[in-house]
Design a protein around this ligand. Structure first.
Ligand code: 13P
Length: 280
């Protein structure tokens, strides 16, 4: 049990036909809440932090906390760098014990994306760690600071990137977006189906907050094995804190527990939708 490799969790999910939740966390309470949900539901999970969030949760401080929580867990927990932006940060995460890293060069021309993914693959290899990359561009950005236009993943580029890098998991743009959806998401399952015929590796759905249960199920049936959820957990934590304060709560430790419960509630809900409960 305990600290797991993302690649192994996703292989098992492929064999079992379910999805593994990759839950973004930003502090100890969120980590504790996510792991509590995983342990109660006997589910494998991925804990992740995005590079753009590191000013709030410094990697050298928060990374070891994530790894320690995974090691202590009674279920398999992988620790992942989400949306890595450069080789140096990916290396730092690997040295801290992260079992996978994403390098997101999807905004660069395909050849540049491939070049960077190959470098990160080479860096990850001595650690036995997995690498996730992305082809296409999601609307919005991880922290809401940029409003990217959406570019669907081109299945030919998906295949080229896989063949030229040997990457372990690939994130697709199929109409999903980061942050709060401005209108109801309309996913293009044809892009997913085409990508699946071209690459034999687990596919990744970013922008999990706001996707309907039915669409999650369709994505999983279509080969998505890792599903990223961030905004919904942050909102759930924030709401739990607001509710505690609205009741007149003034105790710091009860406030801390409200944060744990907020993360726990959202992570539990998604584990059940992804059907990864009782898969640990
Ligand atoms: P949401 O914030 O929309 O859930 O997206 C999470 C994500 O994709 C992190 O990479």
């Amino acid at each position: 049990m305990s600290l797991a490799r993302m690649t192994e969790l996703l292989q098992k999910a492929e064999a079992g036909g379910y999805g593994v939740g990759a839950f973004s966390v930003a502090n100890m309470e969120m980590v504790l809440g996510a792991v509590k949900a995983a342990e109660e539901l006997r589910a494998p999970i991925i804990l992740q932090v995005a590079q753009v969030r590191l000013p709030y949760s410094p990697l050298e401080v928060f990374g070891p906390l994530m790894v320690a929580a995974a090691k202590k867990a009674s279920v398999p927990v992988a620790v992942h760098l989400d949306h890595g932006m450069d080789l140096e940060t990916a290396r730092e995460a690997l040295e801290l014990g992260f079992t996978s890293v994403m390098i997101d060069a999807s905004h660069l021309p395909l050849e540049e994306n491939i070049r960077l993914v190959r470098q990160v693959k080479a860096a990850a290899e001595p650690f036995g760690a997995g690498v996730e990359a992305e082809v296409g561009q999601l609307a919005g950005s991880e922290d809401g600071s940029v409003d990217h236009a959406m570019i669907y993943s081109d299945p030919e580029e998906v295949q080229a990137l896989y063949e030229q890098t040997g990457v372990d998991a690939l994130a697709l743009s199929i109409g999903n977006a980061h942050g709060v959806y401005k209108q109801e998401p309309r996913l293009h399952f044809g892009v997913l189906a085409e990508a699946r015929t071209r690459v034999p590796i687990p596919l990744v759905l970013h922008g999990g907050s706001g996707i309907s249960d039915e669409d999650f199920r369709k994505c999983i049936a279509g080969g998505v094995r890792k599903i990223n959820v961030a905004t919904a957990t942050f909102q759930s934590v924030e709401q739990a804190v607001r509710a505690y304060c609205a009741e007149g709560g003034k105790d710091y430790f009860a406030l801390s527990d409200a944060m744990v419960q907020g993360a726990y509630g959202n992570v539990s809900r998604h584990i059940k939708i992804f059907q990864s409960d009782n898969k640990a």
